[in-house]
Design a protein around this ligand. Sequence first.
Ligand SMILES: NC(=O)c1ccc[n+]([C@@H]2O[C@H](COP(=O)([O-])OP(=O)(O)OC[C@H]3O[C@@H](n4cnc5c(N)ncnc54)[C@H](O)[C@@H]3O)[C@@H](O)[C@H]2O)c1
Length: 296
Amino acid sequence: MLSIDLTGKRAFVAGVADDKGFGWAIVRALASAGASVCVGTWPPTLKIFTKSLERGKLDISLPGGGQIEFEKIYPLDAVFDTPDDVPDDVKADKRYVDLEGYTIQGVADQLRADFGENCLDIVVHSLANGPEVQNALIETSRKGYLAAVSASAYSMVSMVQRFGPLMNRGGALVSLTYLAGEKAIPGYGGGMSSAKSALEGDTRTLAFEAGRKYGIRVNTISAGPLKSRAAKAIGTIDAMVAYYSEHSPIPGPITADDVGFAAAFLCSPLGSGISGETLHVDNGYHVMGMQAPTQP
Ligand SMILES: NC(=O)c1ccc[n+]([C@@H]2O[C@H](COP(=O)([O-])OP(=O)(O)OC[C@H]3O[C@@H](n4cnc5c(N)ncnc54)[C@H](O)[C@@H]3O)[C@@H](O)[C@H]2O)c1
């Protein structure tokens, strides 16, 4: 029987801080398929995440039995590549001051120290941040725009640069994008649409470059709307979910697990011929060119 078997593989999933978002669903799918999973968690959310885990407040159950067990949780702030990039006020911030190695290079170094060379098979980039997301692009400041692109797109380039050397040939990286990178989506502002366009373009270029350099595949999943913690910041997420549910070829909302399963497939040997792809997991919404007639 054909199945997804990731036994003996190690994944690093960046952007996990609760059990509501896509990162968590991807962890669950990868762990269900047998992978060991490490996560990278943004320092401002680290304490609440680890406390919630300790107190049993997160749903760690795996479909078919068993529980999620994280091999290790690393603090990660993906806007910093190396310690020299971290400004003094961030170093001194109470959420950072006791932490070490939370830059992208810092996490790569820790992974190498903890597990040795060639310790990764799967890398997932499931993070984004746009401080001015509620401002239309036309009202967005240069600072806000560059912050969105830095956190949400360049972070993937940096992760391929720094985690690529740790990855086994045949490995795979997957990121999360959104339709606003291809089409105009009212309300998805602050340069976040620009960041998603960059992420999708970079997926194609990095697929070529990292494919040749490290023998890994690079893909991105364009997910339909989900009411995650990050999406609530957009301010219009309920309306987006309702609109997609009504007008998609497959009516109804997508689930985080829909994306988790697609990510597990893309990162598994079953996806071995796929690289540079933007895979839509949105109940088909992206193919629509006109609103669906109201359901009788
Ligand atoms: N929710 C949606 O509707 C939707 C749709 C399409 C794509 N996406 C994408 O899915 C990905 C995951 O988002 P989500 O919606 O599951 O929300 P989420 O809140 O679960 O995940 C976003 C994560 O990014 C982390 N993060 C923010 N800034 C960071 C930084 N500088 N360094 C490290 N981590 C940082 C947050 O702590 C959080 O854990 C994002 O790329 C998002 O743009 C979301």
